[in-house]
Design a protein around this ligand. Structure first.
Ligand code: ADP
Ligand code: MG
Length: 347
């Protein structure tokens, strides 16, 4: 049930982008090569607007598969699952890409003081949100899982390229960062194939690449977090960029009228409950945007705004449950609100 609903939402995200995106270009180039597939646990689409061909798309999707084969925590044949299986036992050698993504994730763990933590796996597994049949786990189990979450117990060895989780039962989960990495990897493939303009959509993680022939700016829709129909509440306009959103509407379940979503507090062991419904990040680097959207969601508006200051040319759009929108410094230049049931908070 839950799964099919997520699927529907993901497909709608694709439709949303098509609607909000590049209608001018769409009508000019009706034969744009496009490929859509279910990979990295979500619906991924790459649309070539100028340059590239079927081989470009095939290469992009093989790369996505390879990233899933290395980094998924939901399959038992990946590098991450081997690292998890060997927790408390021994270090596991991983590929360069997995090593890089774990290092990046640990960097964010350090910067956020563990609010963002790739060792959140035991909690993710316990809550199992988005996979059907969810219920609030017993307090004792939440405490036990929480006790295993500690990014400081993840040991990376650059010389042997191994990863070791010091305590048995620890689990890595790269769900908050892997799609961002994947989008950056597709960007490289598009560059190698001399693509001039393209849209990458990895389950709502958007990367608009290059510039269109008519030089018109890209327009990327920010999803209305209240809407199950994939409507957008505003538009981000600009040149090449990535727009990544973390929200409570992505994966969740409702119990006794309360919504439990998939971004977990490593402090409480429960879904983060700070009044936010979504955070979108606009940036040049998708891996950073992905890590930041989750990090800022957890940190909340005040700490999140402060945290963002160390990232140049990166903007954030926070939306709370009272339909108020908080823009980081400079975000007002790229974001236009279109749904007047939402209000922009005073700066
Ligand atoms: P999505 O991938 O659904 O677009 P996010 O990028 O915000 O959304 O990632 C949410 C995912 O990150 C969760 O499904 C889970 O796998 C993982 N996660 C949950 N809580 C944390 C946390 N505190 N730190 C790091 N990763 C987390
Ligand atoms: Mg993220």
């Amino acid at each position: 049930m839950r799964h099919s609903k997520i699927m529907t939402l993901r497909w709608l995200a694709v439709a949303l982008l098509l609607a909000a995106g590049t209608f001018a270009a769409t009508s000019l180039y009706a034969e744009e090569p496009t490929k859509t597939d279910f990979v990295l646990g979500t619906v991924c689409t790459v649309r070539l607007i100028e340059g590239g061909d079927k081989a470009t798309l095939d290469e992009a999707f093989s790369r996505l598969r390879a990233i899933e084969d290395h980094m998924s925590a939901n399959r038992d044949d990946t590098e991450i699952s081997q690292v998890n299986a060997m927790a408390g036992k021994k270090p596991v050698k991983v590929s360069e890409d997995t090593f890089y993504v774990i290092s990046k994730a640990l960097e964010y763990a350090r910067l956020t003081n563990g609010a963002f933590d790739p060792s959140v796996g035991p909690l993710v597994k316990l809550w199992n949100i988005g996979n059907g049949g969810e219920k609030v786990p017993p307090a004792k189990e939440i405490l036990a899982a929480k006790a295993l979450v500690d990014w400081r117990q993840v040991v990376l060895d650059t010389t042997t390229r191994t990863v070791f989780l010091k305590k048995s039962g620890m689990r890595l989960d790269l769900g908050a960062i892997a799609k961002g990495y994947a989008a950056d990897e597709i960007e490289k493939i598009l560059m190698n194939h001399k693509v001039k303009a393209a849209v990458i959509d990895l389950g709502g993680n958007i990367f608009v690449f290059g510039s269109k022939k008519d030089k018109s700016p890209w327009r990327v829709g920010i999803q209305n977090p209240e809407s199950e129909r994939g409507e957008y509440l505003g538009i981000v306009t600009g040149g090449q960029m990535t727009v990544v959103t973390s929200g409570v509407y992505e994966r969740y379940f409702i119990e006794n009228g309360k919504r439990y979503h998939h971004i977990l507090s490593t402090q409480t062991g429960f879904p983060v409950d700070n009044g936010l419904v979504s955070v979108s990040i606009i940036s040049k680097s998708s891996i950073d945007a992905d890590a930041l959207s989750t990090s800022l969601f957890i940190l909340g508006i005040e700490k999140g705004m402060e945290f963002l200051k160390q990232f140049p040319d990166t903007y954030a759009i926070f939306i709370d449950k009272d339909k108020k929108i908080y823009l980081s410094v400079g975000a007002g230049k790229v974001f236009t609100l279109q749904d007047n049931t939402y209000r922009l908070a005073e700066q």
